[in-house]
Design a protein around this ligand. Structure first.
Ligand code: URA
Length: 232
């Protein structure tokens, strides 16, 4: 693979930047400066150092983000800020996209990746990956409401699959669903004549929102977390 392709796929440098760095003698391959960025390298074998920093070749990237209020789950939007803007510039050219959507006013755990195959699997209805959300509703929920929500409610012609609801008091709780219809939880609460007033995703499959991440903060997933996701 060409050195400049490797560096751009890793989010280290654009092809132009690599060409400039190579001319300046700032890229080494196996300890030797290269004069041109179009030389061939084997990412699995060759040790590439860009401007003093060793480069680890990866095709796929995985981030956990604590989504703040007001951001839309998209890579571009004419009106509102998008979640990918919360990542630094060098990561934005990796082709990252949100793995599933959260509404503009929903907070919490959002995964961003450029791994389309994994994302597709995690979101596929066939795989039943569970996501849990902390919620607050406007009116008290009765035990009949909980039974209805857990058994499945009609949200505009679709009956939701069984889910779990645990209340901490009559207006707050955690709901765990294994599907991801548009506005699902809002519509489920409306189906029992209630209204969501706040919603925060707490878990996605085996992953929990990292409590050290403030709203708008992100971190890369660990190797262990990526392995867990791939086992879903
Ligand atoms: N359900 C909703 O209604 N909104 C979300 O953002 C996620 C699940």
């Amino acid at each position: 693979m060409r050195l400049d392709k490797m560096l751009s796929e890793c989010g280290v440098a654009t092809r132009k930047e690599s060409a400039r760095a190579a001319r300046a003698g700032s890229i080494t391959v196996n300890g030797t400066p290269v004069r041109s960025a179009d030389v061939k390298v084997d990412p699995a074998v060759d040790a590439v150092v860009y401007c003093g920093t060793p480069v680890r070749y990866r095709k796929f990237f995985y981030f956990m983000l604590n989504k703040p209020d007001g951001y839309v789950s998209a890579t571009e939007d004419g009106r509102d800020p998008v979640v990918t803007e919360l990542l630094p510039e060098e990561y934005r050219r990796l082709g990252l996209f949100p793995c599933g959507r959260l509404d503009k006013h929903t907070l919490g755990l959002m995964l961003l990746t450029n791994d389309g195959v994994l994302s597709h699997r995690l979101l596929s209805p066939k795989h039943h990956v569970e996501k849990s959300y902390g919620f607050t509703v406007k009116f008290p929920l009765s035990s009949a409401d909980i039974d209805a929500l857990e058994g499945g409610v009609d949200i505009g012609g679709y009956v939701t699959k069984p889910c779990r609801v645990n209340l901490s008091n009559e207006r707050n709780g955690v709901i765990a669903i294994t599907e991801g219809k548009y506005h699902q939880i809002k519509l489920m609460m409306e189906a029992v004549h209630n209204q969501i007033t706040s919603l925060e995703r707490l878990t996605f499959g085996p992953l929990s929102l990292d409590p050290t991440l403030e709203r708008g903060e992100w971190r890369e997933l660990t190797e262990e977390e990526i392995t867990l996701l791939n086992q879903q």
